[in-house]
Design a protein around this ligand. Structure first.
Ligand SMILES: [Mn+2]
Length: 363
């Protein structure tokens, strides 16, 4: 279920503003909306500016918001004279092909190169301690652990907590960090931040997108970045092999109108042999659920992806009338009402049977 809580936060993190004036009143960014958050910002920035060496880490299996945020902060702090390392707790570290254009990747180091007791760690988009992966113990060994995140589910860890569930992306909070550090936006920073915001807002489509989000996008575009090229890399580019895996998965899809309390379930699965046959990585399948969930007839969508060891990893989505987090919890997973996941060691028929039964109890 790696990635599911982040995806859920991306979809459900909306902060409604009752009027356009109300939204504009809080421009340019989400700050001081929670009591104490302004104080946390001041403490965190004071600690960061004093630290000669800073380790910037994002969550395992990084997406555009996680990696874009960490790299933008790394580039900015390097420009201020800090020694910076950017890392994440996977071994090996895999950067999705869709993010290969991100600037600042020369700052990346393997998790093993992060010291056992770092001086100061900032972690980005890490909704839960488990998402630190191999860097968990090192992050908690640091005397200062700054947590910059936008997931409502974040339990609140670290010594400095810049957690704003109203922010549609962690990259929005990094923009605020740069403002407080006095680092002006340039094209490299803007490319990283635009990637983060575009990723987590589904290209500015999700409900968490506000006037402030578009205001930030405007400032990013004003640096001259090629947002059309970024968008093509993020959304409109895949290998031919992925198209073949997608075609097979759609051909295998089943629509079951009686499931989910009569609201309908659409589901499919991807056998590991398809990935081998078409030379496709499992990371390339992240967007498959977004194709399957388009089926208007179904309230709930489910995609099962088979790992080499036979583990099935499920990603599910709901239109809102069914709590898929509750259903996935019955299979040992979790997430949010609209987006959740699980991992099981059983065959496809058994896994889908259990998911159907769990939906029946939660619909
Ligand atoms: Mn995010």
């Amino acid at each position: 279920m790696a990635g599911e809580p982040a995806a859920a936060g991306d979809i459900t993190g909306a902060a409604s503003t009752s009027t356009v004036e109300g939204a504009l009143a809080v421009l340019p960014g989400p700050r001081a909306e929670q009591p104490g958050l302004e104080h946390e910002w001041q403490r965190a920035v004071a600690a960061i500016v004093r630290a000669p060496v800073i380790d910037l880490i994002c969550h395992i299996n990084p997406d555009g918001d996680a990696l874009g945020s960490a790299l933008a902060a790394g580039l900015a702090l390097r420009s201020l004279g800090h020694q910076v390392r950017v890392s994440f707790g996977d071994d090996p570290q895999v950067i999705p092909q869709s993010l290969s254009f991100l600037p600042g990747q020369e700052l990346l180091v393997p998790a093993a190169e992060v010291p056992d007791v770092p001086e100061l760690v900032v972690c980005f988009d890490v909704a839960a301690e488990s998402r630190l992966g191999l860097l968990h113990d090192k992050a908690f060994a640091a005397p200062v652990l700054v947590v910059i995140d936008h997931h409502a589910s974040n339990p609140g860890f670290g010594t400095h907590r810049l957690i704003d569930p109203a922010a549609p992306a962690t990259a929005v909070l990094v923009d605020e960090l740069l403002r407080r550090l006095g680092v002006p936006l340039d094209q490299q920073l803007a490319t990283c931040l635009y990637t983060g915001v575009a990723t987590d807002t589904g290209s500015f489509r999700y409900a968490a997108t506000t006037p402030a989000t578009h205001e930030l996008a405007g400032r990013l575009l004003a640096t001259g970045i090629r947002h059309d090229e970024i968008s093509r890399q993020l959304w409109d580019t895949s290998s031919f092999g992925y198209l073949k895996v997608l075609a097979a998965a759609l051909d295998r899809a089943r629509y079951e109108p009686e499931q989910a309390g009569g609201r309908g379930l659409v589901w499919t699965w991807v056998p590991y042999q398809d990935l081998v046959l078409y030379s496709v990585t499992v990371e390339e399948l992240e967007g498959l659920i977004d194709v399957v969930r388009r089926a208007a007839e179904a309230e709930v969508a489910l995609v099962l992806k088979q790992d080499p060891d036979g583990t099935l990893r499920g990603s599910s989505r709901s239109r809102g009338a069914v709590d898929v987090a509750a259903a996935c919890a019955e299979l040992g997973g979790g997430g949010h009402v609209y987006a959740a996941g699980f991992a099981v060691r059983e065959d496809v028929a058994a896994a889908v049977d259990r998911f159907r039964a769990a939906l029946d109890r939660t619909s």
